[in-house]
Design a protein around this ligand. Structure first.
Ligand SMILES: *Cc1c(COP(=O)(O)O)cnc(C)c1O
Length: 354
């Protein structure tokens, strides 16, 4: 057997592109169009470079304390990682460790399938219904675990807390992970965080990349019972004790300390999202009533790929998934009002020519 036969073969996740074009409008990776809190800037400006000699705090205690106080839970109920991708990766490795398939929707964050294959975890994809909702009945019976985002990506569809609780309650023998990457845009009753004390098998995952405008800092976390969190810690400390770097920990604390700015930015994005939906409908698009910082729109006649390419030619980047079932749609991130106006003007122009 050659060394090449011994290589782990993987089909990697393909992230949205990060073009670097002058005056581009970038609406393709659900980044926040506004900067992080000014407190984060103050933190960067006052970084002490001599501290880079030292290893960071391995337990990420300063940030866990800030998040625990913010959410009103214990530090032992929080785990922090290098973006929620790192957190979910660790959670797959820790909790999805049986011969029985794990369950997730067929249209969802495409990274789940990549981790399942990387770790040789069997999985079954559960179809969404015609309105792109999850059917809780699909997530019962024996399984190796359950994961889905709420709101879902790339659809933006939000399941009610009752629906999510039904799924958690139906699976006392599996870990249920609810990926709440976009929950901050979905209204105050959207999260199932209040249920972590009621269900010791529930893991709620969050990220600083979208609502906190810090995709570049790579900060994600999850919350759950102390037993779940200590199992995750054991796996993390078996791979790399120091996942989070010192400036990221400090910047995370600074962001959490500025709730007024956080809420203000979210409100602006939610208002722009609702306006974007209305403007798109006038142009012949339809879409689910998405609750993330993006819309998942389908045009009545023009093919999505053509619109995507025409926008791209104008340096407006949106996401097109060349995947059967969703290749008639565009996922458009909510930008600033000015960016959305330019997008709508470009779409008017493009659709006239189709
Ligand atoms: C963006 C996103 C993530 C990953 O976010 P990072 O914290 O930047 O790694 C995870 N899950 C979903 C559904 C996302 O959209």
């Amino acid at each position: 057997m050659s060394w090449e036969d011994k290589v782990r073969k993987v089909e990697p996740y393909v992230p949205g592109e990060q073009p670097n074009v002058k005056d581009m409008i970038k609406l393709n990776t659900n980044e926040n169009p506004y900067p992080p809190s000014p407190k984060v800037n103050e933190c960067i400006m006052s970084l002490d470079y001599d501290r880079m000699r030292l290893y960071p705090n391995a337990d990420v205690m300063p940030l866990r304390k800030a998040l625990a106080a913010y959410h009103g839970i214990d530090v032992e109920q929080i785990f922090v990682g290098v973006g929620s991708d790192d957190v979910i990766d660790m959670a797959f490795l820790t909790f999805f460790n049986s011969e029985v398939p794990v369950l997730f929707p067929d249209v969802t964050y495409s990274f789940y399938k990549v981790w399942a294959e990387l770790y040789r975890i069997p999985y079954i994809l559960k179809p969404l219904d015609k309105d792109m909702h999850i059917d809780p009945a699909d997530y019962s019976g024996e399984n190796g675990g359950v994961i889905f985002p709420n709101p879902n990506a790339p659809t933006g569809v939000l399941e009610s807390r009752e629906t999510v609780e039904k799924i958690i309650a139906a699976n006392p023998d599996s870990v249920v992970m609810v990926d709440e990457a976009y929950v901050d845009f979905a209204g105050k009753d959207a999260s199932v965080l209040p249920l972590i004390d009621k269900y010791d098998n529930l893991l709620v995952v969050r990220t600083f990349s979208k609502s906190r405008a810090m995709a570049g800092a790579r900060i994600g976390y999850c919350m759950g019972s102390k037993k779940l969190i200590s199992s995750l810690e054991a796996v993390k400390f078996s791979i790399n004790s120091y996942t989070m770097n010192t400036p990221a920990i400090d910047m995370g604390v600074a962001s959490v300390s500025d709730d007024a700015y956080f809420k203000e930015t979210i409100e602006k994005i939610v208002n722009t999202r609702e306006r974007l939906k209305e403007e798109l409908k006038k142009l012949g698009f339809s879409m689910p009533d998405g609750k993330g910082n993006f819309v998942f729109a389908k045009h009545e006649s023009a093919p999505a790929k053509e619109i995507y390419l025409a926008l791209r030619a104008r340096n407006i980047f949106v996401r097109f998934f060349d995947t059967p079932g969703i290749n008639d749609r565009l996922r458009i991130t909510v930008g600033t009002d000015e960016e959305v106006d330019k997008l709508i003007a470009a779409l008017k122009d493009i659709l006239e020519g189709v």
